[in-house]
Design a protein around this ligand. Structure first.
Ligand code: PHE
Length: 524
């Protein structure tokens, strides 16, 4: 089990450079949870296509539907936590639900096959994913916001705390992905996928056990007040439990409708964004500077959609590519296709401290780019990653496999891009959001992720299938007949988004200044 690193120094003193023990508790809790989320996701599309016999286009959209709902439910989980449950209860409940979901997938994968002959297994698949979507809604927003609560508002260690926390996320992702790829993704053995889900269920239980063990001891503010308790005078704590089956039924209905009938999630996301914008902008107490800051959050979130939609091809089309089109042999050993997604976690863990050094060095010369510019650079790197890939697949002859160099280079560029955009965006939201709307604006950030994941599933469904006899997939009138055409879509979309964001980044930086936005963060 991950040990909680021992602390030296005075964890409660704000000027100390060490961090409170609570941070390491949250680190370990989130590490095991991300083990479970990313470990499962790494093999999901392969499980869907190779065991459940779904076609790649359907599996891609199903993956997009699932991952987008995962980032939509935090809206509900955040609301319930703020008003009724508090962070601790939400994390415990969410965590247990996610473990239950993984075990349900284990049963689904123990009796797999096409829907016509293995209907029960398919229903268990929907049920397992649905339970995990609900669970994540309670878990993810609460664990992320608790990190900040361990520090005072002005504590300089806050950015560093989020960087350390981001390391925990990626360490968990690395461990989970490695294990599930090795035990679950075995060429010609679709029955092995269940072990991946079992491992994820156990990891999720570990997360809950670690959190439960340490929550009362270590989760407090610098002045010793406990953090994340049930809000005082909150009635209806138990009543919410009765609502969980209703929420689950709604989520299952949406997941099913979206995958089997018609796009349901996209309009839902649109309604959520408009609803939130209306709630915020109709508030008369906001100052002009507040409104400018909030507009920056909305504008930046829009661009972020293009980033994650291309980035999240990793567990979908890029895994199909690794599986079918890439030479995966190294020293005579054939690596599982799903293991390549790990490169992202590795590059992030190694790259985060380096990136922090780069920003600090630039900052010393007064040349650190403002956050929107960093994000434009992130988008540019994303386009560059796909451009490298395009070189690898130019004039690809049928039956020829591409060197893994291209995918490794793509993941490297994407990971540096992620470091320019993701942690920076998180702290931008944190700092620009008026206190009153802090959670709601964090939800906007997650909503951008939800929309992006949905789009990612749709884009992955355009992956060209050489065996298909039907018409070639199209996007905005552009025909995709080869892998080159396919990857080019991401080069163009990310490059256009990067260019536009670059052009308006100066204006955005000015709008942020209006709110006395502090000097850009020096942490990655
Ligand atoms: N790797 C990040 C994580 O799992 C990706 C992410 C960024 C997810 C922002 C949600 C929001 O936390």
């Amino acid at each position: 089990m991950q040990t909680i690193p021992a602390q030296t120094g005075q964890p409660l003193s704000a000027d100390s450079t060490s961090h409170p023990r609570g941070l390491y508790l949250l680190f370990a809790t989130e590490m095991w949870e991300r083990f479970s989320y990313y470990g499962m996701r790494a093999v999901l599309v392969l499980f869907l296509t190779k065991a459940m016999m779904m076609d790649k286009a359907f599996a891609s959209k199903f993956y997009g539907g699932y991952t987008s709902l995962v980032y939509l439910t935090p809206l509900i989980g955040g609301y319930i936590s703020d008003r009724y449950w508090g962070n601790r209860r939400s994390i415990m409940t969410g965590g247990l639900l996610m473990a239950l979901g993984q075990f349900t997938l284990f049963f689904s994968a123990s009796n797999y096959g096409p829907a016509e002959t293995h209907a029960l297994s398919h229903w268990l698949l929907y049920l397992g994913l649905g339970v995990m979507i609900v669970g994540n809604g309670f878990f993810k927003p609460n664990i992320s916001s608790m990190v900040g609560s361990l520090y005072s508002a002005t504590d300089k260690r806050k950015d560093a705390a989020y960087t350390i926390f981001y390391m925990g996320i990626n360490l968990g992702s690395f461990l989970g992905n490695t294990i599930t790829s090795l035990i679950g993704d075995k060429e010609g053995h679709p029955e092995a996928f269940r072990w991946a889900f079992l491992a994820c269920g156990i990891a999720m239980l570990l997360s809950v056990v670690v959190f439960n063990w340490g929550k009362d001891k270590h989760l407090h503010t610098p002045t010793g007040e406990p953090v994340g308790l049930t809000p005082a005078q909150s009635g209806g704590v138990m009543g919410i439990y009765a609502l969980l089956p209703v929420l689950l039924a709604i989520i299952l209905g949406i997941l099913w409708l979206d995958s089997a009938m018609f796009p349901t999630i996209a309009p839902l996301l649109g309604v959520a964004v408009i609803g939130i914008a209306f709630m915020i902008f109709s508030d008369k107490s906001l100052s002009g500077a507040d409104i400018k800051g909030i507009m920056v959050i909305f504008i930046v979130s829009f661009f972020v959609v293009f980033f994650w939609a291309a980035f999240e091809q990793a567990p979908a089309s890029l895994t199909f590519f690794a599986d079918e089109q890439m030479d995966r042999t190294i020293f005579g050993y054939t690596l599982p296709a799903s293991i390549f997604q790990n490169l992202n976690a590795i590059f992030v863990v190694v790259g985060a401290p380096l990136m922090a050094m780069v920003w600090t060095a630039l900052g010393r010369r007064g040349a650190e780019p403002p956050s929107p510019l960093k994000m434009a650079i992130g988008l540019g790197l994303l386009a560059a990653g796909y451009l490298v890939m395009c070189f690898g697949v130019t004039n690809l002859q049928p039956g020829v496999k591409v060197s893994m160099f291209f995918l490794v280079a793509l993941y490297f560029l994407h990971s540096v891009g992620e470091l320019c955009l993701s942690p920076i965006g998180l702290s931008l939201v944190n700092k620009l959001a008026p206190v009153k709307f802090a959670s709601l604006l964090m939800a906007v950030w997650f909503l951008a992720n939800a929309a992006a994941n949905y789009l990612a599933g749709y884009m992955s469904s355009l992956y060209p299938d050489p065996k298909s006899t039907g018409p070639a997939p199209q996007i905005l009138g552009y025909q995709i007949t080869s892998l080159y055409d396919f990857f080019m879509v991401f080069v163009v979309s990310a490059a256009v988004a990067a260019g536009l964001l670059f052009l308006i980044s100066g204006k955005l930086a000015k709008m942020m200044d209006a709110r006395n936005y502090p000097a850009p963060t020096t942490q990655a």
